[in-house]
Ligand binder design. Structure first.
Ligand SMILES: [Zn+2]
Ligand SMILES: [Zn+2]
Length: 238
């Protein structure tokens, strides 16, 4: 099994990505810089600590966009602390929060945040639900959300249900970073990753028998190798 040593960093000209962490059931946390723009992807537990260490308060307040792939706790666990920190530190600029339609976790966190701090949020949060994935432009970057296939177990531990899940492809200055989020093997991810300058592909499945939740290392590599460079992430650590 591949064991990644975090953080993982990739940098081309003034386009970079830093993956602080990506461990299934524990936490994810990703920072993208495109010129002066700062985006956060999948703010799991620990994101505030990692951002504080990496860019400090002033730059945290300059983060303009958060992209959430799906609502599992290892991808959204840090949203509350990030929103609250921005409030406490008096962020003035707007924040966009992108998430897949049906992701009740993000809507619940947002609604609770608005309820608790209704009269004292100094910045505007623009909640953007993505229904039909199509390219969007934010700041200097084009972002292409795309559907992926991810599931979760119900309480009985046997039955599964589909989770609203997206991957995102970020294009800046002719360079492309494709992040698949959590997904089983899917053609859409294969299409988006192909030819990207960097593909970040999860390999969260424990053995080599495919399931419909995560990818095996073999599946993940087969997609990753179609990009110019790739990282395998979300490999179980236990
Ligand atoms: Zn996950
Ligand atoms: Zn997940």
């Amino acid at each position: 099994m591949i064991r990644q040593k975090y953080p993982l960093t990739w940098n081309k000209e003034d386009f970079s990505i830093k993956i602080f962490c990506s461990i299934p059931n524990i936490a994810t946390g990703i920072l993208i810089r495109a010129g002066k723009s700062l985006f956060v992807v999948d703010p799991g537990d620990g994101i505030l600590r990692d951002l504080n260490h990496e860019i400090g308060t002033k730059e945290i307040l300059n983060i303009s966009d958060i992209f959430v792939t799906h609502g599992h706790h290892d991808h959204v666990g840090g949203v509350w602390s990030l929103l609250t920190y921005m409030r406490v530190m008096n962020k003035k600029t707007d924040l966009k929060l992108f998430y897949p339609k049906g992701c009740i976790e993000i809507e619940s966190i947002y609604n609770a945040f608005k309820k608790v701090y209704s009269k004292s949020i100094p910045y505007r949060i623009n909640l953007i639900e993505i229904d039909k994935p199509k390219s969007l432009k934010t700041k200097n970057t084009t972002v292409r959300p795309f559907p992926v296939i991810h599931k979760e177990y119900l309480h009985n531990g046997v039955t599964t249900r589909r989770v609203p899940s997206l991957g995102y492809k970020f294009s800046y200055n002719g360079l492309k970073i494709c992040y698949g989020g959590d997904t089983a093997y899917c053609d859409e991810l294969a299409v988006q990753a192909k030819g990207s300058d960097l593909a970040i592909i999860e390999a969260g499945h424990e053995d080599e028998t495919p399931d419909e939740m995560h990818m095996t290392v073999g599946e993940a590599k087969s997609i990753g190798e179609s990009a110019k460079e790739f990282f395998l992430v979300h490999v179980p650590e236990h």
